[in-house]
Design a protein around this ligand. Structure first.
Ligand code: NAD
Ligand code: DAU
Length: 339
């Protein structure tokens, strides 16, 4: 089987490629990535010369380039990870989120229609459901929860999901959608909470917690997300949405304190800063459907996953130090300088 993986030089896409090559070495993976600030070719360096792997620097909104690769490779499956993924950046500058996340999805699906594929899989997010209140721990996002977005990022992801469902109904495109909670693990770009706090703590820099730090996220080790997508593309039912999450809700402040503990750094590094605009309070996934239909369950407990992650950042300093020494410094100054 030939699988096109878009956004494979980013965090989850790269973990998915490594997972596929390990679990299904008979399959061929074609990675399309335009290498935005979030794409890092050094992540894929070890597999660049593998005979069942090909990398192409392609923007998913570039219809001609996308069609050409479909013509050459005749893929059976497309898994779309490519996206602008950071909520804070979407608040500063929404336009590129619409272009990549919405238009890019349409371009890929048009190619899927033209060349005929067995499956188009859209990697979506629990953020399309909006947020839940802190005082209702009995509430969870199910696949039936109405879409109710908060940020330009989540609105762009929800728009893409609606388009995917429309292509299924109108053109009979064989699609699936997964909506996952917050991932953590290796190759996570250091603008996101967990890697940013690890990198800052290792440099004895302030740890900027937004608002009160009470906001809750439902954390899942990235490999468990990759396993879920793998099951969905191979055994999932066409036309269906699957929520992915491991019932691991934690307040941001508790995560940051845990990282300080793991690294032996003082909590006095924690600095409360101006809250994110429109900040979602709580995310919590109900994964009953994927468990009942596909037998998926997360394998990595948070206590183990966070230790593995911290260890990975300790052992791969060059990977993240290279990132934070470049253009990222301007971003950091803009977002946190006067916060
Ligand atoms: P990321 O920002 O780390 O990586 C995104 C990748 O997409 C980068 O390699 C980037 O170069 C590439 N890309 C961006 N625009 C492109 C374009 N126009 N054409 C081709 N490539 C392009 O993102 P991530 O955290 O790995 O997220 C991957 C997907 O999973 C996204 O669709 C995101 O919405 C979704 N998701 C992420 C999480 C999470 O916790 N990180 C949770 C649920 C869902
Ligand atoms: O839920 C899935 C989503 O998780 C994905 O769809 C997004 O692509 C991914 O970026 C992530 O979104 P979040 O906004 O939840 O992740 P982020 O790491 O940016 O922030 C997590 C929480 O930590 C959030 O409540 C904001 C807070 N935060 C974040 C940063 C970067 C801070 O308090 N300080 C920070 O410096």
């Amino acid at each position: 089987m030939t699988i096109i993986v878009t956004g494979g030089a980013g965090f989850i896409g790269s973990n998915f490629i490594y997972y596929q090559l390990r679990e299904h070495p008979q399959d061929r993976i074609i990675c399309l990535d335009s290498l935005t600030y979030a794409g890092n070719l050094s992540t894929l360096e070890p597999i660049m010369k593998e005979r069942n792997f090909r990398f192409e620097k392609i923007d998913i909104t570039d219809r001609k380039a996308v069609h050409q690769i479909f013509e050459e490779e005749e893929p059976q499956v497309v898994v779309n990870f490519a996206a602008e993924s950071h909520v804070d950046r979407s608040i500063e500058d929404p336009e590129v989120f619409l272009r990549t996340n919405v238009l890019g999805t349409a371009v890929l699906m048009d190619a899927c229609r033209k060349f005929g594929i067995k499956r188009y899989h859209q990697v979506s997010t629990d953020e399309v459901y909006g947020d839940l209140p802190l005082d209702r721990p009995d509430l969870f996002f199910t696949e039936e929860t109405p879409i109710h977005t908060s940020s330009p990022y989540s609105a762009s992801k929800a728009s893409a999901d609606l388009l995917v469902q429309a292509y299924h109904r109108t053109y009979d495109l064989p699609v699936t959608i997964s909506r996952c909670s917050n991932n953590y693990g290796p190759y996570h770009f250091p603008e996101k909470l967990i890697p940013l706090m690890i990198a800052n703590a290792l440099q004895d820099k302030p740890l900027p917690v937004y608002g009160t730090g009470e906001n809750v996220r439902d954390w899942l080790y990235v490999e468990d997300h990759c396993k879920a997508i793998d099951l969905i593309i191979r055994e999932g039912t066409v036309g269906e949405i699957y929520n992915v999450g491991g019932h691991n809700e934690m307040a941001n402040i508790d995560i940051v304190k845990l990282i300080c503990k793991e690294l032996g750094k003082p909590e006095s590094l924690i600095t409360y800063v101006t809250d994110r605009k429109g900040h979602d309070m709580r995310y919590a996934i109900d994964p009953t459907k994927i468990h009942n239909e596909l037998g998926w369950l997360p394998q990595t407990k948070f206590e183990d996953g966070i230790k593995k992650t911290v260890q990975w950042y300790l052992e791969h300093r060059t990977w993240w130090e290279t990132i934070i020494s470049g253009e990222y410094q301007n971003y950091y100054e803009k977002m946190y300088g006067n916060r």
